[in-house]
Design a protein around this ligand. Structure first.
Ligand code: TRP
Ligand code: SF4
Length: 437
């Protein structure tokens, strides 16, 4: 990994963070406080290597019928990532579809993922019920969590822990990823060391393995021969299913004589939840902030639009007249003050609100001043990159190359674990060499 500054050998980092967003359009301040702020913090943390991507394939799981905006939206999101402070020198910023290994791993994971696990995902059931303007009864949409798992664990590397920064509502998705990985590893990570078992020095244990895992262990017959090479895959498969039930550690503990004959090849890392507390930032109308509700402030919003939009923002509904005292704790404007204003302004707003000393118009205008101050440097960076979209492309292309180097290494291990082609090829070329003599 020299030159990449990644991985244990490259930079000595033992933790890795992976996250992404679908390219649905320009990002807003809800995205910033809900995710990006934390991503920036992690990129500046000495312990983590960060991988942040645009999930353009995931956009297709729902928008397959009209893909006309995906390319431009991808550029918009990268531009917003950069505007928010993500730095291509510190984080790997990339595009999912430029790393086709995500798709190959997704295919292999899909082979072992039970349908029931996917059908039970709460967000899946909700979307099927609630989304009426498009048909979501598709194979790809059901497989969303499987692709998401591939996105994360394709960055598995031995000795490096994988983290997914998520809010409370996303924890179950990472849990599902862990289940899928566990199942996958259960099938492919354990092998018997055939050469050792076939060695006549180990005839005794080879016979025990054969009795227990090839021949019916409850059978009354005694089988006095060691295991043959044809029987090894049968034993392997039985051992895997036992391990699947009792767990690898327990298995190795009870079968301690067998332990030296078992090769465990950690293929994929189980990702871990990194729970992040994010501040509350409701939309202009008090509902969850979302572009589709028209209640968001984009990271690229102009000062004029910020003023216009915040003027009509929802406040404490009980404060109908200027003379009614209000409660800042139930007011979205005050939630925003907490993010953008100084302590002094906060005290002024809370005190003025409770005593009807200030009006909501004044209060909102002051908040807008601070929001505008906050957004200025973000928007400036954004405008710089907007002027140079080719630079944005370069960043995403270079990041995708870096990501791909690691993804390819992982796929090499995964393919070998699933198919064992390298081993097979060696066997065959070994045979031909022997025959040629
Ligand atoms: N599901 C995320 C979203 O809705 C995007 C995503 C795809 C993702 N793969 C991921 C997030 C892997 C974290 C990790 O935008
Ligand atoms: Fe909200 Fe400010 Fe009006 Fe109080 S004064 S209700 S905090 S906008």
């Amino acid at each position: 990994m020299r030159g990449l500054r990644l991985g244990k050998e490259g930079g000595g980092k033992t933790k890795r963070v992976v996250s992404g967003m679908r390219p649905t359009g320009r990002l807003h301040i809800g995205h910033y406080f809900g995710a990006l702020q934390n991503w920036v913090r992690l990129q500046n943390h000495p312990e983590y290597d960060c991988f942040y991507f645009i999930a353009d394939w995931h956009a297709l799981t729902s928008d397959y019928a009209d893909t006309s905006a995906v390319a431009q939206n991808t550029i918009e999101i990268v531009t917003d990532y950069l505007a928010a402070g993500l730095d291509p020198q510190k984080s790997v910023l990339f595009q999912q579809s430029q790393v086709p290994e995500h798709a190959e791993l997704h295919l292999l994971l899909s082979m072992v993922t039970p349908l029931g696990w996917l059908e039970r995902v709460p967000t899946y059931k909700e979307a099927l019920e609630n989304v009426k303007d498009k048909d979501l009864h598709n194979y790809g949409f059901l497989g969303y969590p499987c692709l998401q798992t591939a996105d994360i664990v394709i960055y598995s590397e031995e000795g490096i822990a994988l983290f997914v920064p998520v809010g409370e509502d996303q924890v179950s998705h990472v849990e599902l990823s862990r289940e899928i990985v566990r199942r996958f590893n259960g099938f492919y990570e354990v092998r018997l060391n055939a050469a050792m078992l076939l060695d006549s020095k180990n005839a005794e244990i080879a016979e025990a393995v054969r009795n227990k895992y090839v021949v019916d262990p409850n059978s009354a017959y005694s089988f006095g021969s060691p295991i043959s090479s044809e029987e090894i895959p049968i034993a392997e498969s039985h051992i895997r299913s036992v391990i699947h039930q009792v767990g690898l550690e327990n298995f190795l503990e009870t079968e301690n004589k067998l332990a030296v004959f078992i090769v465990v090849n950690r293929v994929l890392e189980e990702p871990q939840v990194m729970l992040t507390q994010t501040p509350r930032i409701p939309g202009l109308d008090g509902r969850k902030m979302s572009k589709s509700y028209g209640n968001a402030i984009a990271l690229s919003e102009s000062d004029d639009d910020i003023r216009k939009k915040t003027k009509v923002m929802v406040t404490d509904p009980a404060r109908k007249r200027r003379t009614d005292p209000g409660n800042p704790d139930v007011c979205p404007v005050y939630d925003w003050h907490k993010l953008f204003s100084s302590q002094e302004t906060l005290d002024w707003a809370a005190q003025g609100c409770r005593t009807a000393g200030i009006g909501c118009i004044e209060c909102k205008a002051k908040m807008a001043d601070h929001l505008i101050q906050w957004i200025a440097p973000v928007r400036e960076r954004r405008i710089e990159y907007e002027k140079h979209p080719a630079r944005v492309l370069e960043i995403i292309d270079a990041g995708s190359k870096k990501a791909r180097t690691i993804a390819q290494q992982t796929m090499g291990r995964v393919r070998e674990a699933v198919f064992g082609w390298e081993k097979k090829r060696k066997e065959i070329s070994g045979d031909t060499a022997a025959n040629a003599d």
